[in-house]
Write a protein that binds this ligand. Structure first.
Ligand SMILES: [Zn+2]
Length: 190
């Protein structure tokens, strides 16, 4: 584990300046040691810990090199974030879902009876990304770790025989023959 250092200092500095615009110079000064790392630490706070830190990419009122911690950040242990979804979108999903797992109803910070640990909420896709589901509000929901893992297992379920046969039967004769050839080679039938 990394010893508390530049990140902890950056956290303290930003918490002292909630709602106030700060500059990259100020953050760098606050970070002290490992100066080259400050930008990465800020990104980790945004992406891994869900801190609502705005940059000029998020707000037209900010100039490049300016940062704004919009409000008090969430408790670290309560919400886990996927990197591909923006801080704003996560906040919208969690707010809409009332910080409640949409499968089992546990709330962030409750004790999960399955694991005995505090519930951490994840942002899950309703239609999985591998099936074309998008990173948008209507396709996202709050899930606790336990349900999120369950949901993953469901999407990873293997296609069954009936479904496979029905898809093969729908295909053109050429494609059916190609599948047959592929299976014959794979399994060595004659
Ligand atoms: Zn759940």
């Amino acid at each position: 584990m990394r010893k508390p250092g530049s990140k902890e200092r950056i956290k303290r500095f930003l918490l002292k300046n909630v709602g106030r615009v700060v500059t990259s110079h100020q953050i760098r000064d606050a970070a002290g040691r490992s100066v080259s790392e400050w930008a990465r630490r800020v990104r980790e706070l945004r992406e891994d810990e869900g801190w609502p830190i705005l940059t000029h990419n998020d707000s037209a009122s900010l100039k490049p090199g300016e940062y704004l911690l919009e409000r008090q950040p969430p408790q670290r242990t309560q919400v886990a974030f996927s990197r591909s979804i923006s801080a704003k979108l996560r906040a919208q999903v969690l707010d809409r879902n009332g910080f409640t797992c949409q499968m089992c109803g546990l709330a962030a910070g409750d004790t999960d009876p399955v694991t005995g640990r505090k519930v951490r909420l994840h942002i899950g896709h309703i239609k999985d990304k591998s099936l074309g589901g998008k990173d948008e509000l209507s396709n996202l929901r709050a899930l606790c770790s336990t349900c999120n893992q369950g949901a993953k297992n469901i999407t990873a379920e293997k296609p069954g025989r009936v479904w496979l046969l029905s898809q093969v039967r729908r295909a053109s004769q050429d494609d059916q023959l190609a599948v047959f050839e592929w299976l014959r080679r794979k399994f060595g039938g004659t």
